[in-house]
Design a protein around this ligand. Structure first.
Ligand code: GDP
Ligand code: MG
Length: 308
């Protein structure tokens, strides 16, 4: 890479409770579909980095898992990643949903953000809806901040936005940019995401599963990519879909295998646009009780830094 001058370069982690619009926001900011969007919370299982390149900045947005309260290994692992990501960043973009009252779960998020000792920008999202609760979120923050002793994160701005209509997103990018350090780009300037291909493929398939299954099978499903083989004109992708019970397998496959076929078609269409060529997708639905607790499976799904 050749650099003539330093630009604004750094990481901005999106934090906030599920469904506030973090993934939507990241996708519109970088104008590419890298992050899974779903009405069902907690579908973003890895930290996804989306990179916004402008002539004067390279902003690396990180959209990670939320903080969970349950105790199983997978949840603990995700919490560790989420907390670490807050400390390991130049800026936290704290996203809230202004159409909904701040609730108890907000408290835990603010606590973790304050403990990270980082600069914070609060994005008051969904202003295209009723915005009755803007002031409640600001007050909520101020209250928690005044009660936190010692060194803590600092709120630099709050900015009302709509990830859906695009309102104020230019302004948001400006304040994010202004608060990043000067440096040389970390990634090639045409990079949109550094999220490993395998997980990006798994997320696309997982999103189609969620969209087709709606609320029927939210948390007990895992997508494992066995292999991706580029054979020139065609990319072959071999996938395992894990569920906990036989009854769930039946749901995923559907009547006369219609559902799994629809999921395969929808996935293939999107994958073909990602790869820019024909995709052959092989999906196997497998029953594996307690896959959430089996470390080998967690490893092949990419959750292999659980102890760090
Ligand atoms: P995340 O869990 O925080 O990543 O939230 P998502 O990005 O998955 O969004 C949750 C839901 O909120 C989706 O249905 C989005 O379409 C919707 N959403 C996100 N941003 C906005 C917004 O600015 N306005 C409205 N009306 N809906 C939004
Ligand atoms: Mg998300």
């Amino acid at each position: 890479m050749q650099h003539s001058k330093e630009i604004r370069v750094g990481f901005a982690v999106l934090a906030g409770r599920p469904n506030v619009g973090k993934s939507t926001l990241m996708n519109v900011l970088i104008e590419k579909k890298v992050s899974i969007i779903s009405h069902i919370p907690q579908t973003t299982r890895h930290l996804i980095r989306g990179i916004l390149n402008t002539p004067s900045a390279q902003i690396v947005f990180v959209d990670g898992p939320g903080i969970h309260s349950f105790k199983e290994p997978l949840a603990q692992h995700l919490n560790a990643i989420a907390k670490r990501s807050l400390k390991d960043t130049d800026l936290i973009l704290y996203v809230v949903d202004t159409s909904r009252q701040p609730a108890a779960e907000e408290e835990k998020i603010i606590r973790n953000i304050l403990l990270a000792k980082t600069n914070v920008i609060m994005a008051l999202n969904k202003i295209d809806k009723r915005t009755a609760f803007i002031n409640d979120y600001i007050k909520f923050w101020q209250d928690r901040e005044s009660k936190t002793r010692g060194k803590k994160s600092k709120l630099l701005y709050y900015i009302p936005i709509s990830a859906k209509t695009g309102q104020n997103l230019g302004g948001l990018v400006e304040v994010v940019k202004e608060n990043l350090p000067f440096g040389y780009p970390l990634y090639e300037r045409d990079t949109v995401t550094d999220f490993p291909l395998k997980f990006r493929v798994a997320d696309i398939i997982r999103e189609k599963l969620f969209l087709k299954l709606k609320k029927e099978l939210p948390h007990s499903i895992a997508v494992e990519i066995e292999g991706i083989e580029d054979k020139g004109k065609v990319v072959y992708i071999d996938t395992n879909i894990y569920v906990n019970r036989v009854s769930q397998k039946r749901i995923v496959i559907g009547k006369e295998a219609q559902l799994i076929r629809d999921i395969g078609i929808a996935s293939r269409i999107e994958l073909e646009s990602v790869f820019g060529k024909k995709v052959y997708l092989d999906t196997h639905v497998k029953v594996l009780s307690d896959w959430q607790k089996k470390l080998r499976i967690l490893k092949s799904l990419g959750y292999d830094d659980a102890s760090s």
